[in-house]
Design a protein around this ligand. Structure first.
Ligand SMILES: NC(=O)c1ccc[n+]([C@@H]2O[C@H](COP(=O)([O-])OP(=O)(O)OC[C@H]3O[C@@H](n4cnc5c(N)ncnc54)[C@H](O)[C@@H]3O)[C@@H](O)[C@H]2O)c1
Length: 509
């Protein structure tokens, strides 16, 4: 092993500390673990013992390697035992005062070249380093839970962090088989900043009464199709899994740290549900019930029967021919008139606009909007999204539901929304990632790799924008902005310029 560090101290033996100890003990480092609670150290050592034994039983390491790994770990009753460490990683309580005290204490014990790293998710590395005599040795080193399986780590540079410290942490990550991404010390770093698109925008969809929770989750899992993949979990399923007691404060913290940037605005729904103790799986009740430990998802009602003799008029637009082909393939007849006949169902295909705006000049009582951003053709998708205007007749909505489900696809039926569900959530994800690139928090390639590995998205957000097309993302945001006037929908400068110049969103100057 050719590592830049030989003896690593870890403070904090909770979920993260024990994962970090496992990672480095496993690849041959001497690791010293301290926690202010003796019981936490004992529990972590027992956990590590079990984990290494299980890995050996499963054949992932030999019994000798398991023995060696556990032999690399030692427990420290006090921070004094960190004297010989050349790196200390702090993973204690998420409180600035407590972390600063720990760093001040460590500086009195360790040698002058020892690097001090914090695993904080939301605190400023700069504010922690400011308490130190040698802030140049302080960096963020942000792992994800569970540490050995989440193979990405953010190496966070404060304005005074030395370049050599960053280089050594990058190298150490690679030794352990993790992908390091270097970023500037900014609220949420890369991953928790980029994550502001998914949850907060989905909460806004819910807040606007566009659809119920399972409908939104299903659309983001099954309608979104980027190279054959959608999001692995819906936003509400994810919030239930993480716990709203954790994710809502992160939303609030990032929003305030960015001086109330409207893109990151948290939801009243989140605040209320936290106050009510509806955290998700850990409390048995969240956006879903988790009675018995498993998420209880309400069954999806079956699609209504297709009425006989349905005639459809498709409004002009980029997708008109493809929608006409779909509609006939699904068993309706086409109204080919230059204007819709009096009894035709009218299909509009807006990007970023709501159905009401797209219905301008048409009889809104017969208008249905179909989302055409992702594959929607005959037998070409799992799920389609349709939405109605407030004036659309219930019978028209039912007929459209039946029609668009006629090839076995499921249909998410929405009330009016600027950008359905998938368009607006994906456009927010892309534009926020573009802002992160514009602000030079990290390189475009590192933004994409961090988000793909840290959040499990099918592609990094910039590559996702490229796959959909920067001009289309721009059109969605422009539509959303036209309808809502909300500054959160303004397109990122990074996106505008690249869309205008025909460049990839991963293009760096
Ligand atoms: N849990 C996650 O998903 C996650 C992910 C990334 C980063 N983080 C960050 O990692 C850090 C630790 O999180 P966690 O989930 O492991 O917490 P945890 O509550 O599971 O463990 C924290 C441990 O630190 C100990 N501790 C607290 N104050 C201490 C002190 N002054 N000195 C010594 N020990 C002290 C506690 O006794 C406890 O055992 C936090 O900064 C958190 O923001 C957490």
């Amino acid at each position: 092993m050719n590592s830049p560090f030989s003896r690593i101290g870890v403070v904090g033996a909770g979920a993260m500390g024990r994962g970090i100890v496992q990672l480095y003990a496993q690849c041959g480092h001497q690791v010293v673990l301290h926690d202010m609670q003796k019981t936490a150290i004992d529990a972590a050592l027992a956990y590590l013992h079990d984990t290494f034994s299980r890995l050996a039983e499963k054949g992932r390491m030999t019994p000798e390697q398991a023995q060696a790994a556990i032999g690399h770990v030692s427990a420290a009753d006090s921070l004094q035992d960190f004297a010989g460490c050349d790196l200390v990683i702090e993973a204690i309580a998420e409180r600035l005062d407590v972390k600063r005290q720990t760093f001040i204490a460590l500086e009195e014990i360790v040698g002058p070249d020892c690097v001090l790293a914090s695993n904080t998710s939301s605190l400023s590395i700069t504010a922690i380093a400011a308490a130190c005599e040698h802030p140049g040795r302080v960096a963020g080193y942000h792992f994800f839970n569970p540490v050995p399986l989440m193979k990405v780590v953010e190496v966070v540079r404060g304005p005074r962090t030395s370049a050599q410290v960053i280089d050594r942490l990058v190298e150490l990550s690679r030794v352990a088989g993790h992908t390091p991404v270097v970023c500037q010390d900014t609220p949420g770093f890369i991953v928790n900043h980029a994550g502001r698109g998914f949850g907060p925008e989905s909460l806004r969809v819910l807040h606007e009464g566009v659809a119920e929770v399972p409908v939104i989750d299903r659309l983001l899992r099954e309608q979104v199709d980027i190279g054959g993949q959608g999001f692995r979990l819906g936003p509400f399923e994810l919030m239930d899994l993480t716990g709203l007691d954790v994710s809502h404060p992160v939303m609030e913290s990032i929003y305030h740290q960015y001086y109330e940037e409207p893109r990151y605005k948290p939801s009243v729904i989140g605040a209320q549900r936290v106050a009510a103790g509806l955290y998700g799986r850990k409390t048995g009740e969240g956006f879903y019930s988790h009675a018995g430990g498993a998420q209880q998802t309400p069954a999806e009602p079956p699609a209504p029967a297709l009425p006989a003799g349905l005639r459809v008029w498709v409004a002009p637009g980029e997708m008109r021919d493809a929608v006409r082909e779909l509609v006939t393939g699904l068993g309706a007849s086409l109204d080919e008139g230059s204007a819709p006949a009096a009894d035709s169902l009218i299909v509009v295909t807006p990007l970023g606009l709501d159905a009401t705006t797209a219905a301008r000049g048409l009889d809104a009582s017969r208008v249905i909007a179909l989302d055409t951003l992702f594959p929607f053709g005959l037998r070409a998708c799992k799920r389609r999204a349709i939405m109605s205007t407030p004036a659309t007749l219930p019978a028209v909505r039912e007929a459209a539901h039946a029609l668009f489900a006629a090839d076995g696809a499921r249909v998410g039926v929405l009330r009016d929304s600027p950008g359905f569900v998938a368009q607006r959530v994906v456009a927010m994800i892309v534009t926020i990632a573009c802002d992160i690139a514009q602000q030079q928090v990290a390189s475009p390639a590192d933004i994409d790799v961090a988000v793909r590995l840290g959040l499990g998205y099918p592609l990094g957000p910039l590559a996702m924008g490229d796959a959909i097309g920067p001009q289309r993302i721009l059109a969605i945001l422009a539509g959303m902005h036209e309808v809502t006037g909300d500054p959160r929908c303004r397109p990122s400068l990074w996106l505008q310029r690249r869309a205008q110049l025909g460049l990839s969103l991963l293009h760096e100057e």
